[in-house]
Design a binder for this molecule. Structure first.
Ligand SMILES: Cc1cc2nc3c(=O)[nH]c(=O)nc-3n(C[C@H](O)[C@H](O)[C@H](O)COP(=O)(O)O)c2cc1C
Length: 428
């Protein structure tokens, strides 16, 4: 695969207004939906998605076809569909990009998903801060309605399907699927324990519910239009297709880059991102947002896919790639994200409520130069206590962050303690 000539699939520019139907239809838009709704063969659709080995792009990488099948085959006939557009993780902004530039592509994916699992109602759970994107989405829906692609009697088939936009609660945890579903029913956005509360079994109103991420759904029309074999032409065997990498931090050209899964981190950083500032070097990278371990400059040849990163002791998550250069203080960066986890803990699970707070307090003390080596032991002890204890993975992410920072950059912590100040204070 020649990366330099790789043509994006979900993010190829269409031209015109983002909500305009015509440019989208010109490249085959809504062809898949028209086929799905007229042929009405959900089993076949699910087989195509399974064949493609599409994995969820919301963070967990769960096989999409299997999830659809679980909901479709459920004995309970009242089912729901929710597109998760709650995106709130630091360093992840690819769903917003898709919403802003390609709302029809997402709508088509939502229509196909909701109809395939025979959802009674379908929603897009939208981060409430995405006001501009909401406008685009609404205008795209109006255009699709005028062409009888959405609403009553779609394409003369007698099928009625509405997509409702639900104003998201606006917190990080509210993006976790069970918390999202709770908040949609007027309850606090707090995760439920899995098992047994998987949305495919017990979702909205206690009924089977299909939840998929914006990027996952944006892939659906392409797979159905071009086939599973085409989808698998790029990517790896276990993670086929492309991924939208949100690249931020100490790079010259931050942005959203669509690349085949398995692309080396170095290509994303150097060729796409233009490397770090002149005279500086890469110190570390979060390949999958702050909840997964960092990798260091000697690991830039790592392939960016679910399994390779897991094997390397970290994870892809939703591909929020955050770069840290040698002028940045690792203790300060870790504190920054520790405070995020403290602020965003919903408070439901005591180890998370107390643990994220204690980690942030200790990190702050060390960063200010008031810490001791005992504080470092305490940090590690807390991480050990709280890891894996929450109903969701927030507290595990908070612990992994501190553990990886201390494991890889212990010398920076020791310097803060020895000098009673941040050694980067004058250079950062
Ligand atoms: C704390 C937390 C926050 C999450 N936030 C999001 C989010 O904003 N968007 C999203 O699609 N998935 C998010 N997820 C993952 C969802 O719970 C869920 O796995 C995903 O929406 C399923 O879609 P997919 O199978 O298409 O990836 C989050 C998970 C956790 C633990």
């Amino acid at each position: 695969m020649q990366l330099a000539t790789f043509q994006p699939r979900l993010t190829a520019p269409l031209g015109g207004d983002p909500w305009a139907l015509e440019p989208y239809c010109r490249v085959g838009g809504y062809e898949a939906w028209k086929k799905v709704v007229t042929r009405d063969n959900p089993e076949e659709v699910i087989e195509h998605i399974k064949d493609a080995h599409l994995r969820g792009r919301g963070g967990a990488g769960f096989p999409t076809g299997l999830k659809w099948e679980k909901v479709f085959r459920h004995r309970e006939k009242e089912r729901y569909f929710v597109c998760n557009a709650g995106e709130h993780e630091p360093g992840t902004f690819k769903d917003r990009f898709l919403l802003r530039h390609f709302p029809h592509q997402l709508l088509e994916g939502c229509l196909i998903a909701a109809h395939t699992v025979r959802a009674k109602e379908a929603f897009i759970y939208l981060n409430h801060e995405f006001a501009e994107e909401r406008t685009y989405l609404e205008r795209a829906m109006e255009e699709a309605r005028a062409q009888r692609l959405i609403g009553a009697n779609i394409q003369g088939t007698g099928v009625t399907l509405e997509i409702q936009i639900f104003d998201g609660y606006g917190s990080y945890v509210a993006g976790e699927e069970t918390a999202m579903l709770e908040s949609m029913q007027g309850r606090p956005a707090m995760p439920k324990q899995k098992p047994p509360f998987y949305p495919t079994e017990f979702g909205l109103h206690g009924k089977p519910t299909l939840v998929n991420n914006v990027e996952t759904l944006s892939n659906i029309p392409h797979i159905l239009r071009n086939g599973a074999a085409w989808f698998k032409e790029v990517g790896t065997t276990t993670s086929p297709g492309t991924m939208l990498f949100s690249l931020s931090g100490a790079v010259n050209r931050p942005g959203v880059y669509e690349l085949p899964l398995g692309t080396p981190l170095r290509y994303l950083l150097m060729d796409c991102g233009g490397g770090v500032r002149e005279g500086h070097s890469v110190k570390a990278v979060f390949p999958g947002g702050p909840s997964f371990s960092m990798v260091t400059a000697d690991q830039l040849d790592l392939p960016m896919d679910f399994d390779s990163l897991k094997k390397a002791g970290t994870g892809l998550g939703s591909a929020g790639v955050i770069v840290i250069d040698d002028a940045m203080c690792m203790v300060e960066r870790t504190l920054h994200f520790s405070r995020f986890f403290e602020r965003e803990s919903c408070g439901q699970c005591p180890p998370c409520r107390i643990g994220t707070s204690e980690l942030a307090v200790l990190m702050s003390r060390i960063e200010q130069g008031a810490g001791t080596s005992k504080d470092l032991d305490k940090l590690l002890q807390i991480c050990g206590f709280v890891k894996g204890t929450g109903f969701c993975t927030l507290v595990t992410g908070a612990a992994v962050l501190v553990q990886s920072s201390l494991r890889l950059f212990r010398h920076e912590y020791d310097a803060h303690i020895a000098e009673h100040r941040c050694p980067f204070a004058a250079t950062g």
